[in-house]
Ligand binder design. Sequence first.
Ligand SMILES: NC(=O)CC[C@H](N)C(=O)O
Length: 380
Amino acid sequence: MTTLTRGAEAPALLVLEDGRSFRGRAYGAAGETVGEAVFSTGMTGYQETLTDPSYHRQVVVMTAPHIGNTGINDEDPESRRIWVAGYVVRDPARVPSNWRSVRSLDEELAAQGVVGISGVDTRALTRHLRERGAMRVGIFSGDALRAGEEELLARVRSAPPMAGADLSAEVATTEPYTVDAIGPKKFTVAAVDLGIKGMTPQRMAERGIEVRVLPATVTTEELYATEPDGVFFSNGPGDPAAAEHAVALMRDVLERRTPLFGICFGNQILGRALGFGTFKLKYGHRGINQPVQDRSTGKVEITAHNHGFAVDAPLDQVCDTPFGRAEVSHVCLNDNVVEGLRLLDRPAFSVQYHPEAAAGPHDAAYLFDRFVSLMEGQRA
Ligand SMILES: NC(=O)CC[C@H](N)C(=O)O
């Protein structure tokens, strides 16, 4: 039996901000969407990518040519919905095949109203983005194609840019909730949800941590009302330069010397709390095979990344900050981008990549153990 992909024959058009365009076919929902064009080199884990809130307002281009092969299951989402603003693939699977699959990726995108395009030479598109840098993009199909290309380009160019965007409150929970510890409870962690992925509290729960997930807008008083042994700042969408509330909150946590761990956006917030700047990378790191060196051990980890911004901190010196000495703990071996920060006088550290990554790799899972050690150290 052959199941034809929905809309497989309907034309679609991808228009980049710089005027380049790619023709393809409608994939997922038909219609129109705009966002920041970014590419991911992950060959597996598309379901986790789609549901990662950090991709809010981004149109994700997959370099792997076959997407959708394992369909969609009900276990792997990182959050309650798909967040990508649009999805670009080369050759979608026509018949998903996996024992956990309950529907096709195409059906899921359509059901959630996510506009996509298939049949695009995503490697050519990726090379373009590598040369020119991340930029705004639109995908148009169905009635949206009635407008001329010039009009569509104008719509792309009027989309809000990612630089300066403060987006955490758009994706984070509005109500606190608790993820119970698995087995005996050893610690309580207050997790500030800036766009948290479900796997992060899960990795903590596996280590006996009860995780109180709190809205991005939480106040210092509300946070400390949970009586936390440690505080966690999550990943999330948008520009760290616009995240004033999170930076102020983190400074209060550093002031009180509560053990602190941050991932991705959380690392950028720590950078800012310490007084470093952040900047937009030309095209970012998104994929699951990025080599990162832990400078304290010299060991290299293969890691999952999803970031378009980075911390601007000196690599080879210990820096004096308002919270004592700090250093760059991890660095990306592809381009020397800062991938982790550590305080030497207070119990705080963060990484720019994803130790919680599902579907892996899991080289960096030890960082959750480091967080546990910090909390143990504080108790001793
Ligand atoms: N995954 C994340 O937390 C991303 C952080 C930030 N929005 C960036 O693009 O760099």
